[in-house]
Design a protein around this ligand. Structure first.
Ligand code: BMA
Length: 347
């Protein structure tokens, strides 16, 4: 069961599916997959770069609500109304949505504006608490509208992954800028507020660190078993220029062991090699890291980051040097793409 005792049936079904899928193939995910690709951005109902490459869409669709507020679009210029539309399409086709939040700094600047005691300031009794509540209200309004549409308007389950990579120093909520006590208080407050005050019962909560070396480090800022459904790892270190697949395998193995000891799900919530300059990266680096250990292979999904342009992209597009290898990857029995998912949206 998810941590939310009142999780909607579809949310329970999603969690159940993720748990069962640990024993099977790994779901492939891509950030902003439907919003744009390397050579296109005009509105399409359902187009993805990897779909153009192999005829199959990702199973997991990553979104980001960074800069949610007065502007119509997020930090990467994805229109929020389109985002909602696509999340609905994803669900209807049996896919899974996960949302991260590159939150602006409540004391000024963007997510990367560091050096302020912002986590403390947005907690209850902090100087910027009201601004935080206002933002959560806005997010709740957005999430409430993520639904199946007519006739039933059932909420579409969302894997919510806020305050990610906190073990690094690049976001204002990162470890050097907030104590474990503050981070945990913020996380718990956010869960309670969205769940109990705003009555959002279609969220699964995903906690993801950047690379860590051991269980103690992974759990140093862990909000607790009652506040987390999925344990994640963001790792760009082990599959880039200084590739070390064995190290990633070891990290995944550790993550799965921690998650399973708590009865939870593990996922490789972000990874990638910018512009994928290695032709056989998908099978020889990524897939190899996941499947060369039976415990590591129990992660539920892997997600690569967005396809912004020819220099900044993490998935192939037609004509890309790694396209052929991606087809092998997507066809592998160890990988699940959208068409392979059954049983989430029929609830
Ligand atoms: C980073 C880059 C940025 C982007 C940010 C949030 O990795 O892709 O261009 O704004 O993620 O999506």
């Amino acid at each position: 069961m998810p941590t939310d005792q009142n999780a909607t049936p579809a949310t329970q079904a999603l969690y159940d599916f993720l748990k069962r899928s640990t024993a099977g193939p790994t779901l492939f995910g891509h950030q902003d997959a439907l919003a744009y690709g390397v050579n296109w951005k005009d509105f399409h109902e359902f187009r993805t770069d990897v779909g153009d490459v192999c005829g199959q869409h990702p199973a997991i669709f990553g979104w980001d609500i960074g800069k949610i507020g007065p502007e119509p679009s997020n930090l990467d210029l994805v229109d929020f109304r389109h985002m909602r539309f696509w999340m609905r399409q994803v669900f209807r086709r049996g896919g899974i949505n996960t949302v991260s939040w590159h939150a602006n700094n409540f004391m000024g600047g963007d997510a990367w504006a560091v050096g302020t005691p912002t986590v403390a300031a947005i907690l209850p009794n902090g100087s910027h608490h009201q601004a935080y509540l206002d933002k959560l209200d806005l997010i709740a309004g957005f999430f409430h509208k993520v639904n199946t549409g007519p006739p039933n308007y059932q909420p579409v389950p969302i894997i919510f992954r806020p305050f990610h990579e906190h073990t690094g120093n690049w976001f204002w909520w990162g470890k050097p800028h907030a104590s474990a006590e503050e981070y945990i208080a913020l996380w718990r407050f956010t869960v309670r507020y969205l769940r109990d005050e705003q009555q959002l019962h279609h969220l699964l909560w995903c906690y993801s660190t950047d690379i860590v070396d051991n269980e103690v480090e992974h759990l140093e800022y862990y909000p607790g078993d009652d506040y987390v459904d999925i344990l994640g790892l963001d790792d760009y270190h082990d599959l880039g220029e200084k590739e070390n697949t064995q190290r990633l395998t070891a990290r995944l193995r550790m993550l799965v062991q921690i998650a399973e000891s708590k009865g939870k799900v593990a996922a490789l919530t972000e990874t990638g090699y910018e512009s994928v300059p290695k032709k056989d990266w998908w099978t020889a680096s990524l897939l190899k890291s996941i499947i060369s250990d039976p415990v590591a292979a129990r992660i539920a999904w892997v997600l690569v980051w967005r396809n912004d342009n020819a220099k900044h992209h993490y998935a192939p597009y037609p004509g890309h040097p790694s396209a052929e290898d991606f087809r092998r990857f997507a066809d592998s029995p160890e990988v699940l793409m959208l068409d392979g998912i059954h049983g989430i949206s029929e609830v």
